[in-house]
Design a protein around this ligand. Structure first.
Ligand code: PLP
Length: 394
């Protein structure tokens, strides 16, 4: 720690699943809207208001181009947690007469699991769809779970802990076979892997700016236009966002989100190739140092920048306690690091608690360099050795 201070070295940031730094071009796009330009995007009777509304609409187009959907299908929110609350509560409220059943994948983010749980108070019956050892839905499981009283099926496009990518076509097919909505948490996939929401048949999808090099506090909800999905608004007031989400628009944040979407669209393939090579090197070096290390998630269908690895005998929490100031990684999901419970994602993939506590999650990003990976390895390998309780069989 003192070493890091003496050399003035910044911590190595390898936690891009938790949040990503704002890209410099995103900050540049936002700055005029944070200082100088003052306008409410709803005040379209005067010049400044019109300019703000125009900037918001440009951002909507930029995001639509990344997600491959109509800009009209996008509603800006304060983040994906709000988008998912609106998707789940909004459809459950609007289609309550259709049924009371909700299906969510066992590996969903807390924003989905806790919202589904909260809906039980409103009469929802919630089924958790089990996953296999790779984190993908067990084949055929949705066909068993979804029935005519199912209102929605919520599945993530890519998992935030183990990086497993879930094919969406079977989810849409299973939901639509019973007139239920397919809701997708696309937060970790957007900007990292190609998405085509328009062609996917997905009904609702949530994204977040700060997971794709935009600012914190801005998100969006995709709502399919044809056939139209109706939603009960969760925030009412000024009627913004066509009545779906009231509240003065965060113009600077939305402009930044648009710039981030344009950036991701432009460089996605290049960043994915570069980051995959770095990730594979990190993985190979950790395997060389710890031959019994186990790779989590799907071997092929996984996010380019994700590495989740379990090192038998490691106390990952204690490790982070000593190296966390110098290298930012996670011992699971950021949301579960404060609790002592093993990650629900790893648990639902069939992992024993002891191995879950021995798990490290790395999230590389567009700004990660080979030097970052080397420095992280130099720091981590001895530290991991110091935090391993070696069983006799080791
Ligand atoms: C971060 C995250 C969320 C929540 O997004 P916020 O914009 O921070 O509210 C939801 N789902 C997944 C998979 C995430 O990684």
């Amino acid at each position: 720690m003192s070493e890091a201070r003496n050399t003035g070295e910044l911590p190595i940031y390898l936690d891009h699943h938790a949040t990503t730094p704002c890209a410099p071009e995103v900050v540049d796009a936002m700055l005029p809207w944070l200082s100088g330009r003052c306008a409410n995007a709803s005040s379209v009777k005067h010049g400044p208001g019109k300019a703000a509304a125009k900037a918001v609409e440009l951002a909507r187009v930029q995001l639509a181009e990344l997600l491959r959907c109509s800009p009209k299908a996008l509603t800006f929110t304060s983040g994906a947690t709000e988008s998912l609350n609106l998707a789940l509560r909004g459809t459950f409220g609007a289609y309550r007469d259709r049924g009371d059943h909700i299906v969510v994948a066992a590996t969903e983010h807390r924003a989905v699991l806790d919202t589904a749980h909260a809906l039980k108070a409103a009469g929802a019956k919630v089924s958790l769809a089990p996953v296999d050892g790779s984190g993908q839905l067990q084949p055929g499981v949705l066909d068993e779970l979804v029935n005519d009283s199912t209102v929605l099926v919520c599945v993530m496009a890519a998992n935030n802990e183990v990086g497993t990518i879930q094919p969406l076509a079977p989810v849409v097919a299973a939901a639509h076979a019973h007139d239920a909505f397919a809701v997708v948490d696309a937060v970790q996939a957007a900007g990292k892997i190609p998405l085509d929401l328009g062609a996917s048949g997905v009904d609702l999808a949530a994204v977040s700016a700060h997971k794709m090099y935009g600012p914190q506090g801005v998100g969006a909800l995709y709502v399919k236009q044809r056939p139209f999905v109706s939603l009960t608004p969760q925030l009412v007031g000024g009627g913004q966002e066509r009545g779906l989400r009231a509240g003065t628009l965060n113009v600077a944040g939305i402009v930044g989100f648009g710039a981030a979407a344009a950036l991701c669209r432009r460089e996605m393939a290049d960043v994915a190739a570069r980051v995959t090579a770095l990730r594979d090197r990190l993985q190979a070096e950790l395997h060389a140092a710890f031959p019994r290390a186990r790779l989590n998630g799907h071997l092929e269908a996984r996010l380019p920048h994700n590495l989740s690895i379990s090192i038998p005998g490691l106390d990952a929490g204690a490790l982070l306690g000593t190296v966390g100031d110098r290298v930012a990684i996670s011992s699971g999901s950021a949301c579960s690091t404060t609790s002592l419970k093993p990650s629900h994602v790893l648990e639902s993939m069939g992992m024993k608690p002891a191995l879950a506590y021995a798990t490290l999650r790395f999230g590389l990003g567009r700004d990660t360099t080979a030097e970052d990976v080397d420095r992280a390895l130099t720091l981590l390998i001895p530290a991991i050795n110091a935090h391993r309780v070696l069983a006799v069989s080791d």
